[in-house]
Design a protein around this ligand. Sequence first.
Ligand SMILES: NC(=O)c1ccc[n+]([C@@H]2O[C@H](COP(=O)([O-])OP(=O)(O)OC[C@H]3O[C@@H](n4cnc5c(N)ncnc54)[C@H](OP(=O)(O)O)[C@@H]3O)[C@@H](O)[C@H]2O)c1
Length: 249
Amino acid sequence: MSTLAGKVAVISGGATGIGLAIAQRFAAEGAHVYIFSRRRALLDQAVERIGRNVTAIQADATNLDDLDRIAETVRKEQGVVDIVVSNAALVEQAPIDTLTPEHFDRTFNLNARGPVFLVQKLLPLMTGGGSIILVSSAMHVMGIPGHTTYAATKAALRSYARTWAAEFKDRGIRVNLLSPGVTDTPMLDSQVSTPEEREALVNMYLSMVPIGRLGRPEEVANGALFLASDQSSYMTGADLMYDGGVGQV
Ligand SMILES: NC(=O)c1ccc[n+]([C@@H]2O[C@H](COP(=O)([O-])OP(=O)(O)OC[C@H]3O[C@@H](n4cnc5c(N)ncnc54)[C@H](OP(=O)(O)O)[C@@H]3O)[C@@H](O)[C@H]2O)c1
């Protein structure tokens, strides 16, 4: 299959989890994917797993100079960008009583400020139109204790998609949200210190998921492929909730 033949995609946080699954899927469908994140070793492993049609750039999504460098690299090598996936994010649980300004800034800086400047820097390269996918979370419509900042940043993306769908309409660029549910990635591990804590966290989430299991990154990548391709040609400003039902009940 080559649904994305000849397309150029940029994916933030494309070395692990959902970003990696999206990169693998897009590359298999014929796109050239640029993945970027901070840890070189994980980028190298990702390139090996993706196998072809991939370029890895070590860069920080919160650093505007890094974003300029990514845009310049893609401009020189490809001239255009067709698909942007803003995927990199962090989650730190923090009840309001102990939430610090540093935690607030860290979360908003990556999850809410990062996507704005990623899109701003790549927009001039989207000369042939295209698709922007903002990876949000089912949590943006839910109220789960300890997620004041994370859920709010994901709700901000819902707003960006609406604004940008209107703002970019004359450029032939569609903008949609992709909202995963609880998905089995390193992000789950980042919230716990022991296997017992992980099990408790997973069980807490599973009690809320109608489909009764964690999502797989490859399943979320199916949603990304739909939003990236012409199969979603009449869809913009929308939210594709690929969440096992957790945000629906
Ligand atoms: N897993 C879930 O249950 C779930 C549910 C709903 C939504 N999501 C969303 O799905 C997206 C992907 O998450 P995931 O679960 O796949 O998590 P993940 O495996 O932890 O992936 C996050 C990626 O972002 C990169 N990253 C982190 N900080 C960065 C920075 N400053 N600059 C560039 N890259 C950075 C990480 O690499 P480095 O640390 O090496 O930079 C990593 O590759 C996120 O937006 C997340 O909020 C996940």
